[in-house]
Design a binder for this molecule. Structure first.
Ligand code: 6PG
Length: 242
């Protein structure tokens, strides 16, 4: 297993380098005539990444070979300003030539208990299987200042080892319902990438990467793909305590 930590001067530089790396991954799958599945994240760094991809890389690859999924979604309709899908649609999907059938959104407007079953089936239908679980080619994650990732929050570390593909989560502060892929699925992926920017992330980044004693409280600490790679893309501010 290969793990790496890459530090960039600015969030823009981080997003630019990650976009280039992601384009290379997609191209190499296309050369092998294989589709490429990505589980996307919400959050501020992906917003920058999506804008950059639409401005500079919209014609760089055959997007018809790419299947977009989400690692988590808020239980809101797609036109809500809080929808991760809605944000991605505005900044990325609307700017790419990607077939509608390659967009696999979590339907935040559906009953969450039904939706986790439906979405788990959709993931399985479009990905390979390893050890009985779906395998994403790439999972993009953010990191909360409280150590959450996807929508797996502190106190819910059972969602890390869940035997399901997706689970319902509840945001600890707002009580908003979320749907999240589980740690089992994240850790079964071929490549997992954390994109982390900003000074307010410096403490949590240090605790998790340096495996401090208290890190076991944080869901992100348990992200370690068993057969894949883990890469951290961090800006200078978030890396300032490393
Ligand atoms: C979400 C995310 C969540 C996010 C982190 C980091 O839907 O809220 O998927 O896990 O990635 O909270 O967010 P920032 O990049 O905005 O700090």
């Amino acid at each position: 297993m290969e793990n790496s930590v890459k530090i960039f001067k600015t969030p823009f530089e981080l997003a630019e380098k990650f976009a280039e790396d992601m384009i290379k991954m997609i191209k190499s799958s296309s050369e092998r005539k294989e589709p490429f599945s990505i589980a996307l994240s919400g959050g501020s760094t992906p917003e920058l990444l999506f804008t950059l991809i639409s401005n500079h890389f919209s014609s760089a690859v055959a997007w018809k070979n790419v299947h977009l999924f989400w690692g988590d979604e808020r239980c809101v309709p797609p036109d809500s300003p809080e929808s991760n899908y809605g944000m991605t649609k505005r900044l990325l999907i609307d700017k790419l030539e990607i077939p509608v059938c390659n967009i696999h959104r979590i339907m935040g407007e559906n009953d969450p208990a039904d939706e986790i079953e439906r979405y788990s089936g959709e993931i399985s239908a479009f990905t390979q299987n390893r050890k009985g679980f779906p395998v994403f080619d790439l999972v993009i994650l953010g990191l909360g200042t409280d150590g959450h990732t996807a929508s797996i929050f502190p106190g819910n570390t059972d969602l890390i080892t869940s035997g399901k593909t997706c689970e319902i989560a509840v945001h600890p502060a707002s009580n908003q319902k979320r749907i999240t892929i589980t740690g089992t699925i994240i850790n079964n992926a071929d490549r997992v990438v954390f994109l982390v920017t900003g000074k307010n992330k410096a403490t949590i980044v240090k605790k998790i990467i340096e495996k401090s004693k208290t890190a076991s409280e944080f869901p992100a600490y348990y992200i370690l793909p068993s057969d894949g790679t883990l890469s951290w893309y961090i800006d200078k501010e978030a890396a300032s305590l490393l």
